[in-house]
Ligand binder design. Sequence first.
Ligand code: SF4
Length: 229
Amino acid sequence: MKRLKRRCQGHEDLKTKVIKITFLLEKQYGIPLRRPSGEPLDILIETILSQNTNDRNRDQAYFRLKNRFPRWENVLEAKAESIISAIRPGGLAEQKARRIHEILRWIKEKKGKLSLSFLNKMDSDEIKETIGILKGIGPKTLHCLLLFGLGREAFPVDTHILRIGKRLGFIPEGMDAEKAHSWIVPFVPMGKSLSLHLNLIRFGREICKARNPSCSTCFLKMSVPCLKR
Ligand code: SF4
């Protein structure tokens, strides 16, 4: 009983900490605007192209793919080599091309047309069960699709967020990114997933960098104790 009480108190403390961080980041950076999401399939493909690369390479790969194949039907009908060559700047081109092609084929067979708009009618758990079985769609990709493509409460954990979470103590030290996805969602204030996600990434790029973080200019450390030594 005492243990349960302690665990509940620990969770409440974490919730309060995450609320505080959300508020301080918004005070500093503002509330990021939600981009109109359009077709969720576009977001899914963009997210697959973003795996293991930076935003610039992802955008280049996505732009070249859309430029060469304006409709997803064109990608489905294309030869593997053409897709690989279009997305080459994003890295892991063979693997990504194969996965994109498999996902498109799966959608076409299941729905008859290349759109993921049918996911809008499902709840988030149903979406995870439906699409999470496909190769190339791990927790981060799934959470990106939910958050950016479908406007749901979801929280993709990238390397910046994992690092900051451990330094500020809202992600346990030994936890990997895969587990951190389900760990953190209950602590994120309702309606603030997008804001906290994007502002933490900005904080990670500008201040709490992987190497040589700018601790002297850190505006969080006064209110949220930092565990980094
Ligand atoms: S004090 Fe330094 S390490 Fe800690 S959160 Fe701030 S920038 Fe990151």
